[in-house]
Design a protein around this ligand. Structure first.
Ligand code: SR1
Ligand code: MG
Length: 440
């Protein structure tokens, strides 16, 4: 078909173009199972673009019978614009990750209803009445199901994609299947592991209060060594299929249910990166909470719950992961034949504990990296951004940076999750001294 013929007939179904409402309506109308799920005449469907993330378009479509979510990758970074191109292939990796996760952790990710590689489009079940967890946390909401659900998601997706569960050949094929998602990895390598520690055009922070801290972080060689070790681990440790961007904006919640969305950064990487992301975002929620108080101490209950949640996420994750290792270890790592009898079993159990200690150290380090990038780098968090008084925001951010620096440089002194929450609790009462304040 010539381009002239094509333009008179309209674009082909699977030819990439940015979808607008009318085009999307027609496209969905031609998918029988999707149209049936929505119900009624296509003209009656409501379509709204609701994407508030940094990269993509997200449409909510509702009909007489039900709703769907449609995610389309843009050929550039939405947050920045067309000057920053980004491959559409991330939609393929998101689809692949969603289908993997659905098998490994059923019920904890949205069901995929349709995928169009050419359009970089994924149609999913509509997750409702859930809201983005970050929004709920900013409002001081408690989520009693969250610990159990996220611990299960982490334990099952990480364990079952690791060498503890998979034969080596299969694991290598899985690594290869996700290896092409390197453009998304590069975003992480730059925005999390490099830019916050150097002069970079896109960095920003709450000025003038954090000017001195940002400058100090750019000069701090202990910190540079620690973040470089973490970057090397991120580049060089295909331990498991990780979500790759597991912040509280990638989690939808109600009081009784948790659903993990948006795995477009997925690849085989270090497990601690995902666990650390969850813990980092809870720590930021905790330390931002003072900025959302309407009266002194008015969010204390919430804050205590967040600290307990941080402890329970790690403890529950470790319990579930170890249980899987004891009962479902069909991979090539730690061959059972090398650990015979009672002495072998005891030695293997000691190895498991040592493994979890190393994983905890990684988790603490990656968690720190996730905090620092949200305060000194390009992409910030609503937890802090919605604190209206900029000085109060800077106080909350300075406390978080201080905690994160300690976690990254002195990781070994955080021997347990209780040590992390204790340090967070102490950070909550620390008053920063802002040297630049008088100039503004
Ligand atoms: C340019 S993309 C910025 C950030 O948005 C995503 O959610 C990831 O966290 C990424 O680092
Ligand atoms: Mg996202």
């Amino acid at each position: 078909m010539s381009s002239q013929q094509r333009s008179s007939a309209g674009p082909r179904q699977d030819e990439y173009r940015i979808l607008h409402e009318a085009d999307l309506r027609g496209y969905l109308a031609r998918l029988p199972s999707v149209a049936a799920r929505l119900g009624g005449a296509p003209a009656s469907w409501s379509i709204s673009e609701v994407g508030d993330g940094n990269l993509n378009l997200v449409f909510i479509v509702k009909g007489a019978a039900g709703g769907i979510a449609v995610k389309q990758a843009l050929p550039y970074v939405r947050l920045v614009g067309e000057s920053w191109p980004l491959p559409l292939s991330r939609s393929h990796y998101e689809y692949l990750a969603l289908t993997h996760q659905a098998r490994l952790a059923p019920g904890l990710v949205p069901a995929v209803l349709h995928h169009n590689e050419g359009l970089a489009l994924v149609v999913m079940e509509l997750i409702e009445p859930h809201i983005i967890m970050r929004k709920g946390l900013i409002d001081g909401m408690l989520y009693p199901r969250f610990v159990g659900d996220i611990a299960t998601f982490l334990a099952r997706t990480l364990f079952f994609s690791s060498d503890l569960a998979l034969p080596a050949a299969r694991k290598k094929e899985e690594i290869a299947a996700f290896a092409g998602n390197h453009a998304l990895c590069k975003i992480t390598e730059d925005l999390i592991f490099t830019d916050p520690y150097r002069v970079a055009e896109q960095n920003r922070w709450t000025q003038p209060w954090l000017d001195a801290t940002a400058a100090a972080f750019r000069e701090d060689l202990d910190l540079h060594a620690a973040i470089s070790r973490l970057k090397h681990k991120f580049l060089n440790a295909p331990e498991a299929l990780i979500h790759g961007d597991l912040h509280t904006g990638s989690i939808m919640v109600t009081e009784g249910s948790t659903v993990v969305i948006d795995p477009e950064f997925a690849f085989y990487g270090p497990m601690g990166f995902d666990i650390g992301a969850v813990i980092a975002n809870l720590l930021m929620s905790y330390l931002a909470s003072a900025g959302h108080e309407r009266s002194p101490g008015g969010r204390r209950l919430f804050e205590v719950w967040v600290l307990e949640t941080i402890e329970n996420v790690w403890t529950e994750f470790a319990r579930e992961f170890l249980e899987l290792w004891r009962t479902e270890a069909h991979g090539d790592a730690y061959p059972q034949t090398l650990f015979p009898g009672a002495a072998g079993a005891a030695r293997l159990e000691a190895e498991r504990q040592a493994y979890m200690e190393r994983l905890f150290g990684d988790t603490v380090g990656f968690s720190a990296a996730k905090i620092i990038r949200r305060i000194l780098g390009l992409a910030h968090n609503a937890d802090f951004e919605l604190i209206e008084d900029p000085k109060q925001r800077a106080i909350c951010e300075a406390r978080s940076l201080r905690l994160a620096r300690a976690m990254m440089v002195d990781t070994a002194s955080f021997g347990s999750i209780g040590a992390v929450t204790k340090a967070a609790w102490e950070a909550r009462d620390w008053q920063p001294d802002f040297p630049n304040e008088s100039r503004h």
